[in-house]
Design a protein around this ligand. Structure first.
Ligand code: CP
Length: 339
């Protein structure tokens, strides 16, 4: 069985990504009727976190449990990752004991190292470069909240704010799927050329489009979805004054900016949010905001992804084979140990 990791949506075709989303929608529908199939019965997920998380941790852990499996939370400092043990050794040991590894790592190279040595699927739960599970969830949310009848390929997504790891992933999945993607940010904080090159290559195949601008009003004018993210992250505290000055007020997603967008445009945020910084309470809590549907969709997406990657790899022995082994072991116990 071919080993598939989920490190970057660029590793998958449009058809594969849409298949994953279709599977996720089927599992979500089953879940809403209280019928989540226990497709990963007895399977184990190792979850490595080098950074804190609410949505990623909870969604993967609950997903695994509802699918009949089990998740282990391995938090910073609790395993020997790359410190007292090489990355390769950790990846190989976890591969012998679990069926899938999900990791949130500070450096993208760490994720690639895990994937290089692991012999079970590795899922990227965020690195300094990208956040692929988040953006699969985002596309699912867009499909659920788009104008009725509008094809996916006609959707226009505008990301307002810093060129974060979510921005890179969203740019790449949107262009891979043939959608239009705009990044609006002050020049210093715009998506780097290397990301834009990948998006342009996607567009050449998919028919999507890319626009990078420092004009947020122009950027939201035709948007179906306006997406924003934090303006600074852990480790960037010293840059807060400079970043605030660069982004505020023009790039804040507030009612003034929302009024410049079409009336059907929805607001998205991967969360956590700095309320009243990159987006106002008024917008985040308005009927135009889909942020909590988006957050819930992390759970459904993790289920789809786990089933997609792990279910085909699980052994499903026949009842007679299970009975043979159970009987053999019980006979041994009864003859040797049970008096
Ligand atoms: N969006 C997201 O990944 O949230 P967490 O950092 O809480 O996991």
């Amino acid at each position: 069985m071919e080993l598939k990791h989920f490190i970057d949506t660029q590793d998958f075709s449009k058809e594969e990504l849409l298949d994953l989303i279709s599977l996720t929608r089927m599992i979500k529908e089953a879940d809403k009727q209280g019928c989540t199939p226990r497709l990963l019965q007895d399977a184990s997920l190792a979850m490595i976190f080098e950074e804190p998380s609410t949505r990623t941790r909870v969604s993967f852990e609950v997903a695994m449990s509802e699918l009949g499996g089990h998740a282990l939370y391995l938090k910073p400092g609790e395993i020997h990752l790359g410190a007292r043990e090489s990355l390769g050794d950790t990846a190989q040991v976890l591969s012998r004991m679990t069926d899938v590894i999900m990791a949130r790592t500070l450096k993208h190279e760490t994720m690639l190292g895990l994937a290089k040595y692991a012999t079970v699927p590795v899922i990227n739960g965020l690195t300094d470069y990208n956040h692929p599970t988040q953006v699969v969830c985002d596309v699912l949310t867009m499909l659920e909240h788009k104008e009725a009848g509008k094809p996916l390929e006609q959707l226009k997504v505008t990301f307002v704010g810093d060129a974060t790891n979510v921005c890179s992933s969203l740019m790449h999945i949107c262009t891979r799927l043939g959608m239009s993607f705009t990044h609006a940010a002050p020049k210093k904080y715009q998506a780097p050329e290397a990301w834009q090159k990948i998006a342009r290559e996607n567009n050449a195949v998919s028919g999507g489009s890319l626009r990078v601008t420092d004009d947020p009003v122009e950027a939201v004018k035709d948007a179906d979805f306006i997406y924003t993210d934090l303006w600074w992250w852990v480790g960037q505290e010293a840059e807060i004054p400079e970043r605030s000055k660069a982004f505020m007020p023009a790039y804040q997603v507030n009612m003034d900016l929302l009024k410049k967008a079409p009336s059907h445009a929805k607001v998205m945020h991967c969360l956590p949010a700095s309320r009243n910084v990159e987006a106002t309470d008024e917008v985040l809590d308005s009927p135009r905001s889909v942020i909590f549907d988006q957050a819930e969709n992390r759970l459904h997406t993790e289920k789809g992804l786990l089933v997609w990657l792990v279910y085909p790899r699980l052994k499903r022995p026949s009842g007679s084979l299970k009975a043979y082994h159970s009987g053999r072991i019980q006979d041994f116990l009864e003859t040797r140990w049970v008096k």
